[in-house]
Design a protein around this ligand. Structure first.
Ligand SMILES: Cc1cc2nc3c(=O)[nH]c(=O)nc-3n(C[C@H](O)[C@H](O)[C@H](O)COP(=O)(O)OP(=O)(O)OC[C@H]3O[C@@H](n4cnc5c(N)ncnc54)[C@H](O)[C@@H]3O)c2cc1C
Length: 389
């Protein structure tokens, strides 16, 4: 049973209002309700229909060298996601298509091979979980592979056993189902947050919701929303368009995903294969696909010739949230200890959204939070000031 309602039916007050029901907002609602908070989640459109309603779903770690706080945050998130997904799937009976299938990266020449070998040691040092370690291994050129074409990897191939994948739509559906079953969560669709002041939210319809705290998780629209609600010198991020395609490839879902210079090939649990993504800072038509996707498909088919005959069953485009300082933004908004913003996960959100959500809730509840400085609003404001000059 779906419990999405209109705001007019919500006369009561909530511990937390969440603006935006993509993966970040949905995880925030799940974790907040588990912490005992009453939650109203409002979405300007349909829940899970923004960037999180896409088809790719790669959960890939940053490269293991030049380790820093952001890489450690993502590494820990990629580890904690697995049990979080297992709990979600057990609770809802729904699959998210999650699988730690690993990743192949082709090497083109000696320089890339040498670099990849150096990274083996970096991974040995930095990819250490509490009870499990992960590996970045370099292999000789494969022969006779029906997945990654040997000709596409003349100098060899890197395999990492940390990367995973999930189906973003299935993840959103499972998160939503878990929220539908919680009596302390209200979901409102097609009625976004327009105004917020001192615990009183006004939605686009004019409906009022009272809440002690606010979490802004509106994806790329968080940036204009934040700038409209709080006095900021500039918007702290922007949308970056991406295009992707889904193939009815009937592929072995145990194949590792392939990543090569911006091309992702993701074998999903149901045998489909997703191919992405363009990265467009300027665009006229945010949600339509064009010839750039065909170029991407041609590159993917050169990597995996066995996919070339698979029917394309969907072409999809969406807008990723990218914060101005490039790293995610998870912090209080200036001058308001009851409002947090959590956005800017850009190309890695799906693997860290639950950790962004946990951090946002811990901030609101006054619990200690350890975050890289580059996730703070001050960092992004400083970056914005430098760009403006
Ligand atoms: C082609 C493509 C491929 C990608 N591939 C990957 C990948 O392989 N791995 C990965 O980790 N990431 C990937 N991403 C990025 C990832 O999908 C996004 O970063 C992520 O989904 C963003 O989640 P979000 O919850 O922040 O935003 P969204 O999913 O966009 O959700 C924001 C929600 O807020 C709502 N909203 C907007 N304004 C308001 C308002 N005023 N009030 C209330 N609600 C509002 C919107 O309607 C929307 O539902 C990809 C993105 C694209 C486009």
């Amino acid at each position: 049973m779906q419990r999405a309602q209109s705001a007019s039916s919500s006369a009561r007050s909530y511990d937390l209002l969440i603006a935006g029901g993509g993966v970040v907002g949905l995880w925030t609602a799940r974790l907040a309700s588990a912490a005992g908070m009453s939650v109203a989640l409002v979405d300007a459109g349909a829940i899970g229909a923004g960037a999180s309603g896409g088809i790719l779903g790669a959960l890939m770690p940053h490269a293991p060298e030049r380790w820093n706080g952001k890489k450690q945050f993502q590494f820990e998130a990629l580890l904690s996601l697995e049990p979080a997904i297992a709990a979600l799937e057990a609770e809802t009976g729904l699959s998210t298509g999650y699988g730690r299938i690993g990743r192949l990266m082709p090497l083109l020449d000696q320089r890339q091979l040498d670099r990849a070998r150096e990274r083996q040691d970096d991974a040995g040092r930095n990819w250490q979980g509490r009870d499990r370690s992960f590996h970045w291994t370099v292999h000789s050129p494969a022969t006779g592979s029906d997945w990654l074409a040997p000709a596409a990897a003349p100098a060899g191939v890197v395999f990492d056993d940390l990367s995973a994948r999930l189906d973003p739509r299935r993840l959103c559906a499972a998160l939503r189902t878990s929220l539908d079953a919680r009596p302390n969560v209200l979901l409102i669709e097609h009625d976004g947050l327009r105004h917020w002041q001192a615990g009183k939210a006004e939605l686009a319809s004019g409906a009022i919701i009272l809440a002690d705290r606010l979490a802004i998780t509106a994806g790329h629209q968080s940036f204009p929303l934040l700038a409209s609600l709080f006095p900021l010198p500039t918007e702290l991020g922007m949308p970056v368009k991406g295009q992707a395609a889904l193939l009815d490839a009937r592929c072995d879902p145990g194949h590792p995903l392939i990543f090569d210079d911006g091309v992702y090939i993701i074998p999903h649990a149901d045998g489909t294969v997703a191919i992405g993504s363009t990265s467009e800072n300027s665009f006229d038509a945010p949600f339509s696909t064009d010839a750039q996707l065909d170029v991407l498909l041609a590159r993917a088919f050169a990597l995996c010739p066995s996919l070339a005959d698979a029917p394309v069953i969907e072409r999809w485009a969406g807008l990723r949230p990218r914060a101005i300082g490039r790293d995610p933004l998870v912090d209080f908004v200036p001058g308001d200890a009851n409002t947090v913003i959590a956005t800017g996960g850009f190309k890695i959100t799906l693997g860290i959204a639950h950790a962004m959500a946990e951090t946002a809730i811990n901030r609101l509840l006054g619990r200690p939070v350890e975050l890289p400085e580059s996730f703070s609003i001050d960092y992004h404001l400083a970056k914005a000031a430098r760009i403006k000059r």
